[in-house]
Structures are given as C-alpha cells and as structure tokens.
Design a protein around this ligand. Sequence first.
Ligand SMILES: Nc1ncnc2c1ncn2[C@@H]1O[C@H](COP(=O)(O)OP(=O)(O)OP(=O)(O)O)[C@@H](O)[C@H]1O
Ligand SMILES: [Mg+2]
Length: 381
Amino acid sequence: EIRHMMSFVERFRAKASKARQAQSRLKALERMEHIAPAHVDSPFEFSFLPPQKLPRPLLTLEKQQAGYGERVVLDSVSMTITPGSRIALLGRNGAGKSTLMKLLAGELPALAGKRTEARDLDIGYFAQHQLEQLAVDESPLAHLKRLGGAAALRATEQELRSFLGGFGFSGDRVFEPVGPFSGGEKARLVLALVIYLRPNLLLLDEPTNHLDLEMRLALAVALQDYEAAVVLVSHDRHLLRAVADELFLVDQGRATPFDGDLDDYARWFTAREQKETEALPTSAGVGTEDRKQRKREEAQRRNRLSPLKNEVAKTEATIARLEQERAAIEQELASPEIYGAAAKDRLRSLLESQTRVKRQIETAEAAWVAANERLEAALGE
Ligand SMILES: Nc1ncnc2c1ncn2[C@@H]1O[C@H](COP(=O)(O)OP(=O)(O)OP(=O)(O)O)[C@@H](O)[C@H]1O
Ligand SMILES: [Mg+2]
C-alpha cells in the first residue's frame, strides 16, 4: 500500500515537472507524502478511470452574465477550460461561486454572452443539492445500475460492487436503501456516481462538507492522477492546495484570475472583511443607534471568530512542529551508523518516536480539519 502511494508520488512528480505545474501543488504533494503512509489503513481507495475523450478546449465562456430573474449576480465572466485545468473558485459567502458552477454546468442559462462547448464535453457535476436527489428506497447498487450509463449495463455485479467498495460500501451495505444513510455516506455515493461516468470536466461544489478526513484524502489523491479538467469550490485548504493550479476570485459580480496563492487569498479575505467593517460607520443614512448596534454586532462577531482562528493557527503550528520532528527522526534513521550493533537502543527509541510522531501528525491533521470546519461554519453565519 505504501509502495502504491509512493509510486503514485513518483509518477506524479515526473509528470508535474514536465507539465509546469504550480509550485503549490508540488508543496501539496510533499505534504501528501507525509500523510499518505499514515493513512494506509484508509477504508477508501479509488481512482478515476480516464475520460473517453479529451477535446481541447472543453468549454469556453465569453462575457457571460448570470443571475436569477431581475438579479444579476455575475457579469462579464470569461473562462477557458481545457483538459488538465485545475481551477479553484474562491470568494466570500454569497459572492456567486455556486452560481458560476451552475453556469459552467449549463444548469443555469446565461442572461448574456457566449458559451462554446466541445462536442464531446462530458460534465460531472457534484453539488450539495444532489444528495437530496438520491432515491431513498434505492440501494447504492441500484443507483449505480440506473445512473451508470452504458458501462454499468455492461459491467458484472461483482465489478459494480467492487467499484462501490472503493467508496466504503461493502457487504450487504450495497443492497440497503440509502434513505437512512448518513450525510457522509450519501455524499460518498453521489461522488461515486459522478466519478463512474468518467466526465472530462468535473465540477465539485463544496464536495467536502459531508466527507470525512479519510475520504477527503482519497479524493485529493485520486484527483492528482486525473487527466480531465476540475473546477472546485471548497473551504478545505488542504484539498485546495492538493488540487488547484489556478485560482479564480469571485467578488462583486466578477470572476477574475486571482494573482497569488492561498495565503495571499487569506490576507485578501481579511482585508476585505476589514474594509467592509470600516465602511459601515461612515455610510450615509445610517443612524447613530444603528451604527452603534452594527459596531456591537461586528465586535461580537470578531470575538466569536478569534478563538476559532486561533485554534486553526494553533493546529497548523502543531503540524509544522511535528513534521519537523519527524524529519529529524527520519534523517537520523537514514544514516548507516544507526543500524550498527552499538546503536541498537538508539534505533529502537527512534523507531518508537517515529511511530508516535506519525500518530500525532494524524491526530493533528484531524484537529486541523475540525477547527477549519468550525471556523467556516462561523464565517457562514
Ligand atoms: N436560486 C436563486 N434565486 C435567487 N437568488 C439566488 C439563487 N441562488 C443564489 N442566489 C443569490 O445569488 C447570490 C450568489 O449566491 P451563490 O450561491 O452563487 O454564492 P456562493 O458564493 O456559492 O456562496 P456560498 O459561499 O455561501 O456557497 C447570493 O446573493 C444568493 O442569495
Ligand atoms: Mg455556494
């Protein structure tokens, strides 16, 4: 299993250096090298089958306008998506990320502008609301048979069950109605259904909200190797780091390439929030009482958020410290002397520390994800 992960890492590294991949993705990969061995017991393992066709470009939007009825949410959106595109959409709550995803998916007709689709464009769209579209009285296997297209009709039941097994559905679970399944299980099933169809453009709108850490990792790993295009909206910085090469910022009705990395975005985000707060007291027409009230609310919000932000920063620092510790241990383990008879005790203690640190990293990762989720939830309020 470790060998599998490592060979994946090697393959990806070779490909990445050829294909002028963004630095951040290589960083994510280095991170994954650390996490992967800690997750070899992951119950999930799947990969994307290569898409049937990879036309270039897949989809072009030119000066498109999108919205709902009278309300224009996005204006003049231009985007070109080609096989291998790895785009993350960033933006504040309500900025229009999901609207842009619906526009890309062709679910929301544009109010203006031009859309050009490759003839063989094949979109896989994962959206939150799709969880509700599962048939409550149908099993995972029945869903796959019904929605899996020609490939599912050709496949044997054993093949379908083994595919579902990669998403954590095994034994009798594949025959049980999905109604009482947890949100996480439903999300996994929807993801499996989307992936089974081998789309060449994969649209993922907050796929991780219901996915646990193991599944997020499996998804990040599977996406590395995927040749098609991916557009992703996620609050999961880990997934963003692991997947995105190109960042788009959705703000004030525009979607524009973001010039910077995720840390720059975090700074942009803070500055943007601050600007908004400062703008409040001076805005015309707002009475003194209102202003005081708003200031109070804003202060309350900050008070509420700051421990959550601290928690995220703290867990990040913990991970960094542990990874340093681990690197030091592994460096010592790499020296030939440590395997000599004289160093036997030292070797044993090093191996023990290595196991301990690995476990601690795993725990810290989980804590980091949990802290992020709490922060995102609070930001969304
Ligand atoms: N079906 C709809 N009808 C009318 N307005 C809508 C509809 N869906 C979204 N909106 C509005 O469009 C704007 C953009 O919403 P959208 O869901 O695209 O934002 P978002 O960036 O995805 O936000 P979030 O981060 O909360 O998911 C919001 O002001 C929202 O209220
Ligand atoms: Mg959204």
